[in-house]
Design a protein around this ligand. Sequence first.
Ligand code: DX5
Ligand code: ZN
Length: 220
Amino acid sequence: MKLLPSLLSADFYNLEKSLLPLQKENIQALHLDVMDGNFVPNISFGSGLIEKIRKHYDFEFDVHLMVENPDKHLDAFAKAGADILTVHYESSKHIHKTLQRIHFLGKKAGLALNPATPLESVDYLIEDIDLLLIMSVNPGFGGQKFIPQCLRKIELAKEKIQSGKKKILLEVDGGIKVDNVESIIAAGAEYIVSGSDIFGAEDINQRIQKYHRIFKKMDS
Ligand code: DX5
Ligand code: ZN
């Protein structure tokens, strides 16, 4: 299990200060939300910022592309230092080709499904992905409420992955807090994204420690 703080909720006025507790608490991966104002209503940041941050940190960079026509941008984000490039099933006309391009660029390929997108959408793509991201809010903003129907979808996604031969990471993103993370892990999630609950905490270190204690408990 891994906790991936989502940069979207960090203090952009003082990123160094926001990221210091993550290093102290031995966080290994960072989730970076790229939004284009088209695929989702919001605009966040692009490859330029990611490249700058990359120079100073050795986290695994998990780049979540919430953009229309992601193919246009893959090279730039690969060059900026992404380790995982996750694209939305709903965002590309030729999603299989998009995933192949990510592998061609030497990166892990992630596939994200919006809450209303059926799990069966991955059936013909499962051989071509390294990570499946189940969105548990409608993408676009941090700080939304976890959609409870997604729990069942996570369970079914886990079963689907386990019935195949390939090792695929199961990631869940949106509305995760220390109060509901246990049920999300119990359903099968391995990569746990959390934004507002971490960066909105009075003490970020303590909040991360709390997650890590829960992970330990669930692991044993
Ligand atoms: C939502 C983003 C999430 C967001 C999560 O569109 O994909 O990664 O940062 O934020 P919280 O944890 O606050 O729901
Ligand atoms: Zn995200």
